[in-house]
Design a protein around this ligand. Structure first.
Ligand code: GLU
Length: 439
């Protein structure tokens, strides 16, 4: 089957990687349930239901015309409307969007909240762009996207390069074009206009809760643990916030320029000021932090030893050399805040060394889970307080952890959260597809 995926979608290495990782783990469930194999469910799952590619023209502040490409891959809607983020980053191409959309199917199924899988974005690079340029880009992007989405059809949200500002500009344009107050068409909105309290924090918070559950199964807990965190965006920031709230210490942050190691633990107020207010770089954080922090230009953050590793930057950021470094440094658990940040060989290296490994489609599902709660609030025109959202997030993360753990046991691969997540997500989607016939 994997050869067929590669043949039909050449030059999409990240999609091939994501598909291979899932396909490799499904043998036990396909053997136990031949009806799933007979209905060609794996083959059907690997083919998106719909793929939309479009031109996004816009004008920069100097008046020059720019052209980017927009994507929305509507992968699977057996469990609910397509749901998944939009990524704005120069590396975005169809293969990247397909890998993210494919993972999203299983992740969303694991939440149990009735959402299908999709993903989109653009090769637009927001870095260094003015607010006005970002707004014009978002408006142009939505001027095409609006016809494909809807609160019962496809519900985008943020991802790398798309946060509250971009969601605001896109929501405004959607509302203007359609003349509808359709809050549930996008998630990650501001809390004053239909957004959920706690959505911004949800991915990072959820990942720490998942890591804590993995530790608990090993008879350990979070307080006192030292964590190596990569990235410095939304996921990394709220990972660090939750680590500190639960008594652990985050030692690092990183971006494409290098990493910061802060012996006293990352100062979250300063990090938020540099990243969220000034839209600066981790080097700026180090310069202002004082003697506890050093900036290592161009270095790999995984050189830093820690009890936990929480990759929260981007795909394939942690390879086998990094894995061996972390294992030498005594790492006990790795929990993926980003999507597919660990290379397949590095995943195997951790698992062979007995390190608990939580794959992104389980560990980082808190973000999309709170997006689903935002949709629920929108359809009831409600605004839940943050403590209610956080309580529901904690329940969802515990359920996902236990589902993965128990599924792995049931199918004879105890402790393998990768197989547990893939099989449990697959069974939910496959059962729904089977029941709904050949569509
Ligand atoms: N982009 C996030 C993810 O990778 C969130 C998607 C959403 O909230 O729809 O799951």
């Amino acid at each position: 089957m994997h050869a067929e995926v590669v043949r039909r979608s050449p030059a999409e290495p990240e999609f091939h990687q994501a598909a291979r990782e899932v396909l490799e783990t499904l043998a036990p469930v396909l053997a136990a349930r031949p009806e799933l194999a007979d209905a060609a469910l794996v083959e059907r799952l690997c083919e998106p239901e719909r793929q939309i590619l479009f031109r996004v023209p816009w004008q920069d502040d100097a008046g020059a015309v720019r052209v980017n490409r927009g994507f929305r891959v509507e992968f699977n809607s057996a469990l609910g409307p397509y749901k998944g983020g939009l990524r704005f980053h120069p590396s975005v191409n169809l293969g990247i969007v397909k890998f993210l959309g494919f993972e999203q199917i299983f992740k969303n199924a694991l939440t149990g909240l009735g959402i299908g899988g999709g993903k989109g974005g653009s090769d637009f690079d927001p870095r260094g762009r003015s607010d006005a340029e970002v707004m014009r880009f978002c408006q142009s992007f939505m001027t095409e996207l609006y016809r494909h989405i809807g609160d019962r059809t496809d519900v985008p949200a943020g991802d790398i390069g798309v946060g509250g500002r971009e969601i605001g500009y896109m929501f405004g344009q959607y509302r203007r074009i359609t003349n509808r107050w359709e809050a549930g068409v996008l998630t990650g909105k501001g809390p004053g206009w239909g957004g959920s309290a706690g959505r911004t924090e949800a991915t990072g918070y959820g990942n720490v809760l998942f890591a804590a559950e993995m530790l608990r199964r090993r008879g350990e807990d979070l307080p006192g643990q030292q964590a190596v965190v990569s990235g410095s965006g939304n996921v990394a920031i709220y990972t660090i916030e939750k680590l500190h709230a639960l008594g652990a210490r985050a030692l690092t942050v990183s971006d494409s320029g290098g990493y910061v190691r802060d012996e006293k633990g990352i100062d979250l107020e300063l990090l938020k000021q540099v990243k969220e207010v000034e839209r600066g770089r981790v080097q700026d954080y180090a310069q202002r932090r004082g003697s506890s922090a050093v900036f290592v230009p161009g270095g790999s953050v995984w050189e830093v030893p820690g009890d936990l590793a929480l990759p929260s930057a981007t795909q394939n950021e942690l390879d086998v050399v990094d894995a061996l470094n972390l294992i030498r440094g005594g790492v006990k658990a790795v929990s993926e805040g980003a999507n597919m940040p660990t290379t397949p060989q590095a995943v195997r290296t951790f698992q062979d060394a007995g390190v608990a490994f939580g794959p992104g489609k389980a560990a980082n599902a808190g973000g999309v889970a709170v997006s689903a709660l935002e949709m629920r609030q929108n359809s009831g025109r409600e605004a839940w307080p943050q403590d209610r959202v956080e309580a529901e997030l904690a329940t969802v993360m515990r359920d996902i952890h236990d589902t993965c753990y128990e599924t792995a046991e049931r199918y004879g691969v105890p402790g393998d959260y990768v197989a547990g997540a893939n099989i449990a997500g697959f069974e939910r989607v496959a059962d729904a597809m089977l029941a709904q016939g050949l569509v």
